[in-house]
Design a binder for this molecule. Structure first.
Ligand SMILES: [Zn+2]
Length: 412
């Protein structure tokens, strides 16, 4: 039977969100957490963007080293031959790409202003897929931007052309969050039946249905006989009202009524890592987790009213659909309430050694401590907030990789 996989796009859709961004170290940490969670693929960045090059290469090195163990790292570019060439020039070891182009009349007319027809769109996409395969891409996904406002016959034609040119997956982008569970189910089922290739759902929350649409779209693909790759972002951070929240979507496909019995994951997800991942992303983006967010919100397992509290104390199943421990919650959080030593861009060796000592990290000699401290300072220049323990540990463990992540040299 067809299966469900997850493709997280936080490091692409999340970081292109207005007012929000991540440092290259933070993006790397996100990839590390996603890998541990069991996510199939991270859309880890923009291979044609100059300041991403070293970050992308460093993460591909982490994959080669076996540090990023199972997760597939895929870059997002426009479906244009020139962009494919630039991507392979700037990031020669990239092996997985998603190529994006608008497919709806409204975007083709509105964005290209009469300079391109639907036939041109088909040709640009097909040429870009050919180029990516020629350059050595092992997998190519093709993204139909604004698919939900695209004429279905054209969408089928577009996806079949992509498949004929060797694309491996078709991404159905509900770019404006226009679909509802009923329309997305029907459309994706029709696509799966007619195109016969694995489908990605990419749903936005402009009408508050990103998770519901992802679940319905996934069912559509599976009922149409195809594997589905659900696009998510951590805490739902993404363009405008955001994307399908990763944790909520995993919970929805694994815990909702009668869904998990009929629809299987292609790879096990270790939800115990969810809490740490969500907290880190919230800290890194500087966006608090809403108290009522599924699974990871402060109130997700909180009970106050008499009947509820009494019920949950007698048996949690009375008022909780799943247990907090399943999400890795329950450890007391140690928050410093007195004197605190933080990392910063002007940190010195004494404070730094104290910080690292608390995590039981010791250095060979002062020389080594100074070298790591220098990297930590640079990381703070980019992040402009104290690093978390996992980041400090990462830098101490992989100083060469950290150095690459922190090297930003604009081109002449
Ligand atoms: Zn998007």
């Amino acid at each position: 039977m067809a299966k469900i996989y997850f493709v997280d796009v936080t490091n692409r859709d999340g970081v292109q969100t207005a007012r929000l961004g991540l440092s290259k170290l933070e993006k790397t940490m996100i990839n590390m957490y996603l890998d541990k969670l069991g996510i199939f693929q991270s859309e880890f960045g923009f291979p044609t963007t100059r300041h991403e090059s070293l970050y992308l290469q460093a993460n591909l090195e982490l994959a080669e080293m076996g540090v990023l163990n199972d997760i597939r790292l895929e870059g997002w570019i426009r479906a244009a031959t020139a962009d494919v060439e630039t991507a392979f020039k700037l990031v020669p070891s990239i092996r997985h790409l998603n190529l994006s182009i608008s497919t709806s009349d409204i975007m083709i007319n509105g964005k290209f202003q009469g300079r391109r027809s639907k036939a041109d769109v088909l040709k640009m996409m097909s040429d870009a897929v050919d180029a990516a395969k020629e350059q050595g891409a092992e997998s190519v996904g093709v993204n139909a931007e604004d698919a939900s406002r695209t004429d279905l016959d054209f969408l089928i034609k577009f996806a079949i052309a992509a498949k004929d040119h060797g694309a491996d997956r078709f991404r159905y982008c509900d770019t404006l969050g226009y679909d509802n569970p009923f329309t997305v189910y029907e459309t994706i089922k029709t696509l799966a039946e007619n195109v016969e290739m694995p489908i990605e759902t990419h749903c936005h929350g402009d009408l508050g249905m990103a998770v519901a649409n992802s679940v319905a779209g996934a069912k559509g693909a599976i009922d149409g006989g195809q594997d589905v790759y659900i696009n998510t972002t951590i805490n739902g951070i993404g363009e405008r009202a955001g994307n399908a929240d990763l944790v909520a979507t995993v919970l929805a496909v694994t815990k909702s009524k009668a869904f998990a019995e009929k629809h299987q994951l292609g790879r096990p997800i270790d939800l115990k890592k969810a809490w740490r991942l969500a907290k880190f992303a919230s800290y890194a983006f500087g966006v608090p987790i809403p108290v009522n967010q599924p699974g990871v919100g402060a109130n997700a397992f909180a009970h106050a009213s008499g009947i509820h509290a009494d019920g949950v104390l007698k048996d949690p199943q009375n008022y909780e659909l799943y247990d907090y421990t399943e999400l890795g919650r329950g450890e007391p959080e140690l928050v410093e309430t007195g004197r605190e030593i933080c990392s910063g861009e002007y940190s010195g060796v004494s404070g730094f050694s104290h910080l690292m000592g608390r995590m039981a990290i010791s250095f060979k000699d002062t020389e080594e401590a100074r070298r790591i401290l220098e990297l930590v300072r640079y990381a703070n220049v980019e992040a402009q907030k104290p690093l978390v323990e996992d980041e400090l540990l990462f830098i101490a463990k992989y100083p060469q990789i950290a150095k690459k992540l922190l090297t930003l040299t604009p081109p002449d």
